[in-house]
Design a protein around this ligand. Structure first.
Ligand code: NAP
Ligand code: 3JN
Length: 338
């Protein structure tokens, strides 16, 4: 038996990747409905060789018959439409931050807290991309040795800010190479070509950005650990796809780098790439298009005792968004929750 699936935000970076991932993983789709803004009404997208017309979300009021709805059209669309889809009978898997911290909404990374999907009341939230890859890599270490605190610096690709930010990096780079005046930053807060920008999302009162606070608050909810400390610095870098993270953890019990390597070698969804030789570490350009989380540079931390430092890279649009959401849909089918 298959499902009637809807994709909201189908024309976007994440939406288009939903279609690829559903097809690649052969998710049992009987029927697919695609939604975006009025601008995209009538645009055709391909799924399993079939052309499907995009509908204007604002022109539909009844969503009955849809079993699973994958949302990636931003938080205001999710706030307005996810409850409508859910009350019409769908299970919504939402990629925005709109519902992530609501107590009645499970926030799920399938490798970390799969059982939480069982608590859903119609909406399940997909965490922020930077949180997802960090926790896939840290969960085996957390389970074995305990983690008191995490210090993380991210190196986030422009695709995390959507299709317009990708074009912005490409246009600025082209202008610079051709000796033309640099087009001004619009999709991102500052020029990104040949630069790094220590601001993702807006600033909050404590001096951290919202993206940085997402990493703390979402980590606590996913691990069911209200005491774990996370200090994040989130930085945009001129990379197209793939977020990288330099992570240091303060452990509760000692764990050697070799023991951590062994744990991560066996962990689901993780690829260990850590040969301790020149060049044997994961890079965003090599990880783009893949679904796993890649870990390297595991070493004893020189500040935290006991502690470890590591380097974690994943495709932010795949494992950080579309793949994680489709894996949640797979859990729903596995647990017969849809
Ligand atoms: P994008 O490339 O800019 O695409 C945005 C999509 O939303 C497009 O399909 C757009 O349709 C649609 N949309 C915009 N306004 C709409 C409206 N009023 N009604 C219906 N559809 C509307 O952005 P993206 O990179 O795919 O990201 C989309 C959202 O996914 C983000 O805002 C964020 O909430 C979430 N996201 C989450 C993560 C994560 O960390 N898990 C990562 C990336 C993105 P048109 O083409 O018609 O404009
Ligand atoms: O910038 C990145 O690399 C990740 C961005 C995610 C994002 C972008 C726009 C809106 C989010 C998110 O998922 O946290 C949101 C949102 O708040 O929904």
């Amino acid at each position: 038996m298959g499902y009637k699936v809807a994709v909201v935000g189908a024309t976007g970076e994440v939406g288009r990747t939903f279609l690829k991932v559903l097809e690649e993983r052969n998710f049992p789709v009987d029927e697919l409905e695609l939604f975006a803004s009025d601008r995209s009404e009538g645009t055709e997208l391909t799924f399993k060789g079939e052309r499907i017309k995009v509908q204007a979300l604002g022109k539909r009021s009844n969503f009955s018959g849809i079993d699973i709805a994958l949302f990636s059209a931003g938080s205001s669309v999710s706030r307005e439409y996810a409850p409508k889809f859910a009350s019409d009978g769908a299970v919504v898997i939402d990629n925005s931050s709109a519902w992530r911290l609501e107590p009645h909404v499970p926030l799920v990374v399938p490798e970390v807290n799969p059982e939480d999907v069982k608590e859903h009341k119609g909406i399940i939230a997909n965490p922020n991309c930077s949180t997802i890859q960090m926790l896939v890599a840290l969960k085996p270490i957390y389970d074995k040795a305990g983690i008191k605190a995490i210090v993380v610096s991210t190196y986030q690709s422009v695709s995390g800010a959507g299709a317009k930010a990708i074009r912005e990096l490409q246009e600025q780079t082209r202008a610079w190479c051709e000796g033309r005046e640099m087009p001004e930053a619009k999709a991102l807060p500052k020029r990104i070509a040949f630069n790094v920008v220590p601001q993702i999302d807006v600033f909050t009162e404590n001096g951290y950005t919202k993206e940085e606070m997402k990493m703390l608050n979402e980590t606590r909810k996913i691990l069911h650990d209200p005491h774990i400390k996370v200090s994040a610095t989130c930085v945009r870098v001129p990379v197209l796809y793939g977020h990288s993270e330099a992570i240091s953890v303060h452990l509760r019990e000692d764990l050697s780098p070799e023991e951590a390597r062994q744990l991560l070698k066996e962990a689901k969804g993780v690829v260990l790439f850590d040969e301790l030789t020149e060049g044997a570490y994961p890079l965003p350009v090599e990880v783009a298009g893949k679904d796993d989380v890649f870990v390297g540079r595991i070493r004893k931390d020189l500040v935290f005792e006991p502690g470890l430092s590591l380097w974690v890279v994943a495709d932010n649009i795949r494992k950080g968004a579309a793949t994680n959401a489709v894996q949640i849909a797979e859990l729903l089918t596995e647990y017969a929750l849809v």
